[in-house]
Design a protein around this ligand. Structure first.
Ligand code: XIL
Length: 318
């Protein structure tokens, strides 16, 4: 599609999804998902996260992650893998342990060796570190940061590089889509910090959880992508959705269509932009209404399986 390597949709394992609104929601959903003319790539929205992959120390579980990884394999979709080190959806034991630096280093290395080792050769890319930055562009005070400082980021990238040399290694975050934001500056510092340490980082993932009523322009998205592309080989929009303050009306859907269009426009124009992933495609399975009460309708298919105006706008822009 127009110079992009992929256009894809993240999907969840059935047990983790919000309940389907109709008895036949799942078959209808699956039929859209399976159509590789719609989506040539996928990402598990939850299954590979620490909480699922290592719920107890050294007890690894790939059941959830495999559901989506196997779908990717059987349907011939590219797989982005998500996420090795993240402060959220961590197994509780990681936050409950009183760590020494050495023990936490071991736990991170062990986790990455096991998880990235298990999926070795199957991930086009790994989100190695997710959301390490605060809104002001400084490091987020997670258990990893509090014990190890920025060293945990280096350790994660070094370990992932050693375990899966074929996977592209990404730093992934939200709120790093605009060229002039302090958080974007933070992401650039983080990339340089890794490179100064001689470590491999192949890409920056802009999650792109955007707002219909206040979204970046195509020029903004292009300028930001180009800033990253000066440092790394690739950029991608990894978790695109565009939320609306409910209730939905035509005007808001038009703003939303405009936003989706800008993302496609930017990715098509930026040589380093390899692809776009929407964070699921069916509104009832979106994370938005649970996390941001009063907001929703952020994806491309409504609850009744009709399409948002954004769908055609994207297709026309590719
Ligand atoms: C979300 C999932 O979609 C939800 O199902 C889950 O309850 C919380 O996490 N940034 C990320 C994603 O990197 O992993 C998050 O996914 C959304 C924000």
């Amino acid at each position: 599609k127009a110079g992009l390597l992929y256009f894809g949709a993240a999907t969840d394992t059935p047990g983790q999804r919000e309940r389907a609104p109709y008895p036949d929601s799942y078959p209808q959903y699956d039929a859209i998902f399976e159509n590789n003319d719609e989506f040539g790539q996928t990402t598990p929205t939850n299954g590979q996260k620490w909480l699922f992959a290592e719920p107890e120390p050294r007890l690894f579980n790939f059941t959830e992650g495999d559901v989506v990884a196997d779908l990717a394999r059987s349907q011939g979709k590219l797989l982005r893998c998500h996420a090795l080190v993240w402060h959220s959806q961590l197994a509780p034991w990681v936050e409950e342990t009183e760590w020494t630096a050495e023990a936490l280093r071991d736990a991170i290395t062990r986790h990455i060796r096991a998880v990235a080792g298990y999926y070795r050769g199957r991930c086009y890319a790994w989100d190695v570190v997710n959301e390490a930055l605060d809104e002001d562009g400084t490091y987020r005070k997670s258990v990893f940061y509090n014990v190890l400082g920025e060293e945990y980021i280096k350790l994660a990238f070094a370990t992932a590089a050693e375990v899966d040399p074929g996977a592209k290694l990404y730093y992934n975050d939200y709120g790093i889509e605009r060229p002039d934001s302090v958080k974007t500056a933070g992401a650039i510092r983080l990339v340089k910090m890794l490179q100064d340490a001689g470590l491999r980082i192949d890409g920056v993932g802009m999650q792109a959880h955007l707002h219909a009523d206040n979204h970046p322009s195509a020029d903004d998205l292009i300028a930001t992508s180009e800033q990253y592309a000066k440092l790394v080989k690739e950029v991608a929009f990894t978790e695109l959705d565009v939320r609306i303050k409910m209730p939905v009306n035509e005007t808001k859907l038009e703003w939303q269509a405009d936003c989706y269009q800008k993302v496609v426009e930017a990715c098509v124009k930026v040589k380093a932009c390899v692809g776009i992933t929407v964070w699921d495609f069916y509104d009832p399975f979106s994370w938005v209404p649970d996390t941001f009460p009063g907001q929703g309708a952020s994806l491309l298919w409504f609850e009744d399986f009709t399409k948002h105006p954004a769908y055609d706008r994207m297709v026309d822009t590719f």
